[in-house]
Ligand binder design. Structure first.
Ligand code: SF4
Length: 291
């Protein structure tokens, strides 16, 4: 089958996922009609029956369809495809310790990892330990991290976390979710990065903007709230895969499954994906599967 960037009609032959017996819900709208899809996705234009599905979207409401986006075999194939595309995927933030990873993750909010990786080597050369950061006033740190954006809040978070780690945890980054969540500026996403990447503990799934978008495109969750998406993913992804899955999806979001014009023709899980905003498709499109 020729591959390229030209949008094409979804198959009318009923060709579907590797779950051969599954009958997809096929929209009459195709990737070649992005504006029509966008119009129907607007709140005022959405069919009423779709609105009712928002809180429980993981199974098709169409009683005539046996398609189940959470079918374990489908999930296994998605994980397998991501493994093939991103073998050995890990956190892109440069770090040499749990503390450095924690700081880098705090700085990465609303900022690229590339930018953070430009800032942190100089930062840790200047302030090598949590004690060094704890001794600062947040204003003193601001010039060093200004280029990562939101530098005032980030300075408060980093200095606050350092002080708490020094005063309550003997200068060492704690290894439990509950303890990490007591640190200023640390929510579940940051805690999951540190626990999974440094301590090799699968306590949750990292849900950032990429994981949010791709989980919705793949119909693994239709929620928009990160904590609800994480709960959905924790239900369907095997626990031992939580950290690897997070890293692989984040890389997928950077490389192919980008926010606009995803590179679907090069995607190894294209046959499993029915996202409304695909740019190329061999399977039916689901209007509900959108970023
Ligand atoms: S087929 Fe396209 S939209 Fe679906 S996961 Fe792959 S790149 Fe993303």
């Amino acid at each position: 089958m020729p591959r390229g960037n030209m949008p094409r009609q979804p198959s009318r032959s009923g060709r579907q996922d590797a779950i051969r017996s599954a009958k997809p819900v096929v929209s009459k709208q195709t990737p070649a009609q992005p504006n029509a899809r966008r119009r129907s996705a607007e709140p005022g234009n959405a069919p009423k029956s779709k609105a009712a599905n928002k809180s429980a979207p993981t199974k098709k409401s169409d009683a005539s369809s046996t398609y189940d986006s959470l079918n374990p075999e489908r999930i296994r194939q998605i994980i397998s495809g991501l493994d093939r595309m991103y073998p050995g995927a890990t956190c892109a933030l440069t770090h040499r310790s749990a503390w450095e990873l924690l700081v880098a993750t705090i700085l990465s909010a609303q900022c690229t990892d590339v930018r953070v990786n430009m800032v942190t080597p100089i930062l840790f050369e200047k302030y090598p330990t949590p004690q060094d950061f704890a001794a600062l006033q947040p204003e003193q740190l601001e010039p060093d991290i200004r280029s990562t954006g939101f530098f005032r809040n980030k300075s408060k978070s980093v200095v606050g976390a350092a002080r708490k780690i020094v005063s309550d945890f003997g200068g060492k980054v704690p290894e439990t979710m509950d303890e990490l969540l007591t640190l200023p500026g640390v929510a579940r996403k940051t805690a999951n990065v540190v626990l999974g990447t440094w301590f090799k503990k699968n306590e949750g799934v990292v849900v950032d903007t990429h994981v949010t978008r791709i989980s919705r495109r793949l119909e693994l969750s239709h929620h928009e709230d990160a904590q609800k998406i994480e709960q959905d993913l924790m239900q369907i992804i095997p626990r031992e895969r939580w950290t690897d899955f997070s890293h692989e999806v984040i890389w997928h979001g950077r490389k192919l499954c980008v926010a606009r014009n995803p590179q679907c023709a090069d995607c190894a899980i294209e046959k499993l994906c029915h996202a409304a905003d695909k740019t190329w498709s061999t399977v039916g499109i689901h209007k509900e599967a959108k970023p």
